[in-house]
Design a binder for this molecule. Structure first.
Ligand SMILES: [Zn+2]
Length: 443
C-alpha cells in the first residue's frame, strides 16, 4: 500500500478536460449555494446583474465581482456571528481559524465537518506528494494557536505517519526532540529552518550526521520557492526542502511542490485560479504575472468567490514531470511588499535570491525602502563572512552589480556589516524590510 506513487491517482492525474469539467460542476453548485445562503453574495451578484444560471463555462466566472480582505472584514460579524459571507448556520461549523492580523483586524475562516475533512485529505495528499509514508516520523513545528496551518498535522496522521505535535517549542527543546526521537520530516518556516540548523551546529549537533531529518517542508515565507535559499537550507541539513503555500482563508496548504520543485501544484479540485493585472483587474493568461485570485469550489461554510489573495505570481498549466495534471503556481511575493523603483516592480524575494547565491557573505539581509527627490529608492544591508578576504567596498560593488543584473535597477547603496552585525536572525518570521517612505533618510 505504501508503494503507491499518488495519494489519489485518479484525482491527481485526471486529464485536464475532465478536471475542468469537474470544476465547472462544482463552480455552478457553489455559486448557486452562495447566492441562496450568503447574504453578501446575493446582494453583490444582484448589483452586478448576474444570476447563478448565467454560469455556463468556467470563464463565466469573470462576470462576478471580486472580493478581498476588506470584504471579509466589512462583513464579519454582520447579521450573525460568522457574518454575511458565511453560507451555513453556526451549528454546522466545527472549526474556525483566524488570520494573523498582521495587516489589520484578523479575519476568521469557518469550516463545516465536510470542509474540514476535505481540507485534511488535501493536506494528506501534499504530504504524500513530498514522500511522507506511514513509516515516517513527523514533527509539526507550526503554531497551533488560531492558525490554519496547525491542524495540518491531522493530514499527516490520517496518512499513517507517526506525528509529533511540536508547535512553537523553544529551539533547545525542539533540538532535543529531533535528537531523541530522530524524526525524518519536519515542517517549519524557511527562516526558522535556517536558524534551527545553525543553532544545532552551535550546540555541537551536526544536522547531517546527528539527526535523521530527510525532508523539510517550509511555508509562511517565500524562501522555499527561492532556489538559492532552498538549496542553502538543503545543504545545511543534508535534506530535501519542499515549499508549501497556504492561505488562512482557505487551507493550511493550498498548493505544494512535488519532486520536480518547479512551482507548486495547486488543488484545482478545490480552487479555481485566475491571475489579474494588479492595477487594471484585467484577466491575464497562464504564464503572465499578476495577482492570484482564488475561488473555492467546495467550501460551504464560507465560499470565497473571486478572492484577491494579495499574492503576486503566475500559473503554469503545462504537464509536470511528476505526472500530476493539476496546474502549478509560482509566487513572486506579496502585493504589499512590492515596491516600484524607476518603473520596475521589485520584490524582496528577488533581492533575497541574489544575496543567498553570492559567496563571501552570510546570506542575511535587510532592505530599506525610502524616498529621495520624490522617487522611491532602495538600499540593502548585508553581512560579510569572517574569512572573506575581499574589502567591504569590493563586496558592496559585487552585490550591487548582481542586484542590477537580476532586478534591472541598482540599489542606492549596499552596506556591509560584519558577520552577525544585522541582528536579523530570529526564531520567528524575520523582519527584513524597513519602509521609510515618507521619512527623511540620508544615504
Ligand atoms: Zn509535479
Amino acid at each position: 500500500m505504501s508503494e503507491k506513487k499518488y495519494w489519489n491517482e485518479e484525482l491527481e492525474t485526471m486529464p485536464r478536460e475532465e478536471l475542468e469539467k469537474c470544476q465547472l460542476e462544482d463552480l455552478k453548485e457553489i455559486i448557486n449555494f452562495a447566492y441562496e445562503n450568503a447574504p453578501y453574495y446575493k446582494r453583490s451578484f444582484d448589483e452586478a446583474g448576474v444570476r447563478p444560471e448565467d454560469i455556463h463555462e468556467l470563464s463565466d466566472i469573470q462576470k462576478l465581482p471580486y472580493i478581498d480582505k476588506k470584504t471579509q472584514r466589512d462583513t464579519q460579524g454582520v447579521g450573525s456571528f460568522l457574518g454575511e459571507l458565511c453560507a451555513v448556520p453556526e451549528e454546522d461549523v466545527i472549526f474556525i481559524s483566524t488570520s494573523s492580523g498582521s495587516t489589520g483586524v484578523p479575519t476568521m475562516s469557518p469550516f463545516t465537518k465536510k470542509d474540514f475533512d476535505e481540507f485534511q485529505d488535501t493536506e494528506s495528499r501534499w504530504f504524500w506528494q513530498v514522500g511522507m509514508r506511514p513509516k515516517d516520523r513527523y514533527v509539526h513545528a507550526l503554531n497551533f494557536s488560531l492558525y490554519v496551518g496547525g491542524p495540518d498535522v491531522i493530514g499527516a496522521q490520517n496518512l499513517g505517519a507517526l506525528c509529533i505535535w511540536g508547535g512553537t517549542l523553544p529551539s533547545e527543546r525542539l533540538l532535543f526532540v529531533l535528537k531523541t526521537y530522530q524524526p525524518t520530516i519536519i515542517w517549519t518556516s524557511p527562516s526558522y529552518a535556517w536558524y534551527l540548523g545553525e543553532t544545532a551546529i552551535k550546540n555541537g549537533i551536526d544536522p547531517k550526521k546527528d539527526l535523521s531529518i530527510k525532508k523539510i517542508i517550509v511555508a509562511g515565507e517565500l524562501g522555499g520557492s527561492i532556489d538559492s535559499t532552498r538549496k542553502a537550507i538543503e545543504e545545511l541539513w543534508g535534506a530535501e526542502v519542499y515549499d508549501f503555500y497556504g492561505l488562512s482563508d482557505i487551507f493550511g496548504a493550498c498548493a505544494a511542490m512535488c519532486e520536480a520543485k518547479d512551482g507548486l501544484h495547486i488543488a484545482e479540485n478545490h480552487i479555481l485560479v485566475e491571475t489579474v493585472d494588479i492595477h487594471t483587474g484585467e484577466i491575464l493568461k497562464p504564464g503572465e504575472i499578476g495577482e492570484l485570485v482564488f475561488t473555492t469550489l467546495r467550501k460551504h461554510a464560507r465560499p470565497l468567490i473571486r478572492f484577491r489573495t494579495g499574492d503576486i505570481g503566475w500559473i503554469d498549466n503545462t504537464p509536470c514531470s511528476c505526472g500530476r495534471t493539476h496546474g502549478r503556481i509560482h509566487i513572486s511575493g506579496r502585493k504589499d511588499d512590492m515596491f516600484i523603483v524607476s518603473a520596475v516592480n521589485v520584490f524582496p524575494s528577488d533581492i533575497e535570491a541574489v544575496v543567498r547565491e553570492l559567496g563571501g557573505i552570510t546570506g542575511e539581509y535587510l532592505i530599506r525602502i525610502f524616498e529621495k527627490d520624490y522617487t522611491c529608492k532602495y538600499a540593502v544591508e548585508i553581512e560579510r563572512n569572517n574569512d572573506n578576504p575581499e574589502t567591504d567596498e569590493e563586496i558592496s560593488a559585487k552585490v550591487s552589480a548582481a542586484l542590477k543584473a537580476r532586478i534591472g535597477v541598482k540599489p542606492s547603496a549596499v552596506i556591509v556589516h560584519p558577520d552577525g552585525g544585522l541582528n536579523t536572525r530570529s526564531e520567528h518570521k524575520s523582519r527584513r524590510i524597513i519602509d521609510e517612505r515618507g521619512q527623511t533618510y540620508n544615504i
